[in-house]
Design a binder for this molecule. Sequence first.
Ligand code: PBG
Length: 328
Amino acid sequence: MHLIHRPRRMRADSFSRRLARETLLTRNDLIYPVFVCEGSGEQQPVDSMPGIHRWSIDRLIDHLQPLVDAGLQAAALFPVIEAERKDPEASEAVNPNGLAPRALEALATHFPGLGLIADVALDPYTSHGLDGLVDDKGYVVNDATVEVLVEQALVLARAGAQVVAPSDMMDGRIGAIRAAQEEAGMVNTRILAYSVKYASAFYGPFRDAVGSASALGKADKLGFQLDPANAREALREAELDLDEGADMLMVKPAMPYLDILAGVREISDLPLFAYQVSGEYAMLTAGVQNGWLPESAIHESLLAIKRAGADAILSYFTHKLFSGLPQT
Ligand code: PBG
């Protein structure tokens, strides 16, 4: 053979492979999602997410300390609300003394440089497990829900979240939150829009972790989250959030939706994040724990998400991988 093109030449030695490498995963790329519960001294394992726990505020601080020391830039907080505090109106979501605001205050005091991302959605707080207020037919009503989300976002920002992250998929919530923040003089509170959030089966373990699975029962979220079959609709959602004033966009889940991530990357210059969700974590962890997959599959999954266009990734593997990643 007389070949001009032999792409394997560059792969022949470590030095040229390294020089040609296009994507590098570093400590600055990971955001750690954490579950916080009431009490003190609590460390409750999440059965469907081996290695992940619900922490009381004091233990969460202990858990995060070494990561923050090693350069963790941001954590995303998810509260586990006690069943007796849930109601159909999600009243607890706007309680300034609720679990999420108390946790944010403690974390902001203890870790002044850490980015704190607070989820804005009503599902941890509703007795029916849906992300918004429902009418008598069980339909999640949009505009009334947005009013509560706006209030929730202000409460979370006042408690210390520099970033609020609406994960509810209501129409118009980014614009409404942005307007309320301007009104309140919170000009630097950033909005991370879960712009493209699919109605995905991969959220199963998360719903166990925060206890919304039992509340949700057989109901589903198809009336507001995106149909997994759709890609054009995803781009439209991203464009709307851009127009409404989002600072960062997000695609979720991550690995089953890399085409969407790459597509949103093309239409937007905003920082773009991806959420490697609980089901992705459970799947990879099961593979590794059973000896069916080498542990390097975890790093590969994150590298693939970054290569597809993510600037940063929310990943439950942050804790496990962190010390092995380069610091930049
Ligand atoms: C709540 C919310 C969910 C996740 C993040 N915020 C669950 C859902 O929409 O049912 C999922 C995260 C994960 O699976 O890791 N709105």
